[in-house]
Design a protein around this ligand. Structure first.
Ligand SMILES: *Cc1c(COP(=O)(O)O)cnc(C)c1O
Length: 367
């Protein structure tokens, strides 16, 4: 079986370094918010080209903490995509703000500026832009849109580690970027983890308090916070895995390239190519087919695992049925949900496995 993710196939050398890193923390006797977290925060901020990173419990909390640190909450509206992980919208709900769901562009599956425009009201405070599948696109357009309408740009970078456009890294375009280090992400821990990055030192300071009960110094709680801290073992492991991120990303791009060139079947379409080579990190390689379910079945029969990201747009999830949305509807999201398919694109795939995926995609036909 060719899997969507295969951690067991990772190099032994990497696993050894991870073991050593965890052992070091265990032997140190210091387990939460210590030197490893601080070092990782420094390295991640520098890697992303921003001044601050704040390690938190997971990617969803990173979004909630960004919103709450900016005092976006009850009565405020946040425009985001209906084609995203549920966590994106759940974070907005948890902040107390009101999500407003906009549609996507069919060629990229990313938030549509035109749709976001139709979602604007006098209560709109932010756009939460999701760099879906690892793509960073049209950032000048988004910066202009938010500037013109006097709203904040926030970035959900959970799928876009190391994605760069015009020399800038995901999370560095808006006021803050939220990262997840869930194991399957391009930079993943061996458990949950996340970080908020920002160029705004004051915002970083509030976020640091927010993640730790709203505590400024011991026993002083000037703000209402939560408990969402990155722990030392995860930070130590992330420091080791970060060293290999450029290499892993390069491999993802090679695989994507092979798919883009090699998959030629009239029943299968590709999403639009990235604006620049660096602007897509292929967290997921997504193909489109109007006979998606039959195609997925064919992959399964041929021992290739595939997933759908995402089969149900947010506005069709039970708690979100009555959520505010683009008055013109969310038809591109609905169509994408019924036609998209994610095929294996992880760094451990061999050339033979990539060839096998291409062959199966190309031999698929309707009977
Ligand atoms: C994974 C993911 C999240 C949530 O991250 P967690 O660390 O699982 O909380 C949010 N948004 C997107 C787009 C994601 O892919």
């Amino acid at each position: 079986m060719i899997l969507m993710n295969d951690f067991k196939a990772e190099p032994n050398e990497l696993r050894d370094r991870m073991h050593k890193a965890a052992r070091k923390v265990i032997d140190s006797g210091w387990y939460v918010l210590g030197n490893e977290v601080q070092l990782f925060e420094q390295q991640w901020a520098s890697f992303c080209g921003v001044s601050s990173a704040v390690g938190v419990g997971n990617g969803m909390d990173a979004i909630e903490i960004a919103l709450r640190s900016l005092e976006i909450g009850p009565g405020d509206e946040v425009i985001t995509s209906s084609m995203t992980a549920f966590a994106t919208v759940l974070a907005v709900i948890r902040s107390g703000a009101t999500p407003v769901l906009a549609d996507i562009d069919a060629e990229t599956a990313l938030l549509s500026v035109e749709s976001a425009f139709r979602c604007l009201t006098s209560r709109t405070k932010a756009v939460l832009l999701v760099h879906l599948y690892g793509q960073v696109r049209a950032m000048k357009k988004w910066n202009d849109f938010c500037g013109k309408n006097n709203i904040v740009l926030l970035e959900d970078c959970a799928q876009a580690h190391m994605a760069r456009l015009g020399g800038k890294t995901a999370g560095g375009f808006g006021v803050a970027g939220a990262y997840s280090f869930y194991p399957t992400k391009n930079l993943g821990a061996t458990g949950d983890g996340g970080a908020l990055i920002t160029q705004d030192k004051d915002l970083a300071k509030v976020a640091e308090q927010m993640r730790n009960y709203g505590q400024s110094i011991r026993n002083q709680h000037p703000i209402i916070g939560l408990n969402s801290r990155l722990d030392e073992i995860q930070a130590a492991i992330l420091l080791e895995r970060l060293k290999g991120l450029p290499e892993f990303t390069k491999r993802r791009r090679q695989i994507a390239r092979a798919y883009c060139d090699g998959i030629k079947n009239p029943l299968v379409q590709h999403l639009a190519l990235p604006e620049e080579k660096e602007a897509h990190v292929y967290h997921l390689y997504v193909i489109i087919s109007k006979v998606r379910d039959a195609l997925q079945e064919y992959f399964t029969q041929n021992q290739i695992q595939t997933f759908v990201h995402y089969p149900i747009p947010i506005h069709q999830q039970i708690p979100c049925i009555n959520m505010a949305h683009d008055p013109n509807g969310l038809y591109a999201s609905e169509k994408h949900a019924s036609t998209c398919l994610s095929i294996p694109c992880h760094p451990q795939m061999s050339d033979e496995e990539v060839e096998a995926v291409i062959n199966v995609a190309n031999t698929f036909k309707l009977d």
